[in-house]
Write a new protein. Structure first.
Length: 256
C-alpha cells in the first residue's frame, strides 16, 4: 500500500489532495482511495473521500463521501476498503439499491394520514438534496449530522429541527413497512447529536400575549381593510375565531 499525506507542495488554493492509497491483492480488484480537500464558501474545509475499484484497467465501482475532518475521511477509506474486500460485497452493491429519495416518495404516496403542507414541503425539499440520492443502507448517523449541518447554513435551529423530525418519520416506517434498510437508530443518534450541538432545536417560546389594546388595533385595521375591499379575507373574523377556538393557523387553513 502506498500512502501520501499533506501534499501542500501542490499549492492548489481551493482544492488539494491530502491522501491517496493504492492496494492490490492477487485475484482482487485494484483499489484506489483519495481525499480531496475543498475550501467551503463560508469558511472551513470539506474533505471528499473517493474509493475507486478497477479490474483489467476498467472502473467497476466508485464511492464518494464528504466529511468535516480529514481523519474521519481517512478512516472511512480504510474501513470501506476492508468491507469491499469481503467475499460477495461487490455483487451485493452491484444490485439496484433503494435510495432515501425512493423511501420518501413511497412514504408520501402511501401515507393514509393527510400530510400537512409544511411536512410535504420539507420532504419535497429534501428530495432535491444530495442525501436523497444516497442508498438507504449507506446512510449512517454521521451522514445525517452532516445533512443537518448543511441545513443550518441560513436556517434557524428550529427549522433544522423540523427537517429532522419530518425525515425521522420516514426512517421510522421504512424498515418495518417496506424492508428498506434505513438505520432508525442512526437517525435517533443524529438527532441527539444535533440537539446537543445546537444545530437543531425548538422554536422560541412566546414570552407574552397581545394586550387587549393591541388586539383592538388589529381588529380595527382588518375591519377597515375588509370594508374597503370586500373580496379580501375577513381577517377580523379569522382572528376572533382563532382566539376563541384556540386552533393553530395550520388547523384553521385546513378547515373547509
Amino acid at each position: 500500500m502506498l500512502c501520501c499525506d499533506n501534499l501542500n507542495a501542490m499549492n492548489f488554493p481551493r482544492r488539494r489532495v491530502l491522501h491517496w492509497s493504492i492496494s492490490k491483492r492477487f485475484g482482487a480488484p485494484e483499489t484506489m482511495g483519495t481525499i480531496l480537500v475543498r475550501r467551503r464558501k463560508h469558511g472551513g474545509d470539506a474533505f471528499r473521500a473517493t474509493i475507486i475499484l478497477k479490474r483489467d484497467n476498467k472502473i467497476i465501482h466508485r464511492e464518494t463521501r464528504t466529511f468535516e475532518a480529514h481523519r474521519r475521511a481517512k478512516d472511512w477509506i480504510r474501513d470501506r476498503e476492508a468491507e469491499l474486500a469481503r467475499p460477495g460485497e461487490l455483487d451485493r452493491i452491484g444490485r439496484p439499491s433503494i435510495t432515501l429519495g425512493d423511501a420518501i416518495d413511497r412514504y408520501i404516496a402511501e401515507s393514509k394520514k393527510k400530510i400537512r403542507r409544511t411536512k410535504w414541503q420539507v420532504l419535497n425539499a429534501i428530495l432535491e438534496m444530495p442525501i436523497a440520492r444516497m442508498k438507504c443502507d449507506a446512510i449512517k448517523s454521521e451522514d445525517i449530522v452532516s445533512f443537518a449541518q448543511s441545513l443550518s447554513e441560513g436556517r434557524t435551529p428550529a427549522t433544522v429541527g423540523n427537517y429532522m423530525s419530518h425525515l425521522a418519520a420516514v426512517f421510522t416506517v421504512a424498515q418495518p413497512a417496506w424492508k428498506y434498510p434505513l438505520d432508525r437508530q442512526g437517525m435517533t443518534d443524529a438527532r441527539t447529536v444535533t440537539g446537543r450541538l445546537g444545530i437543531s432545536g425548538k422554536g422560541k417560546e412566546r414570552d407574552r400575549r397581545p394586550t387587549l389594546d393591541e388586539i383592538d388595533k388589529l381588529m380595527t385595521h382588518f375591519y377597515r381593510a375588509h370594508s374597503l375591499r370586500p373580496t379580501a379575507l375577513p381577517m377580523h373574523k379569522i382572528i376572533a375565531f382563532a382566539i376563541f377556538s384556540t386552533r393553530r393557523q395550520e388547523e384553521i387553513c385546513l378547515m373547509n
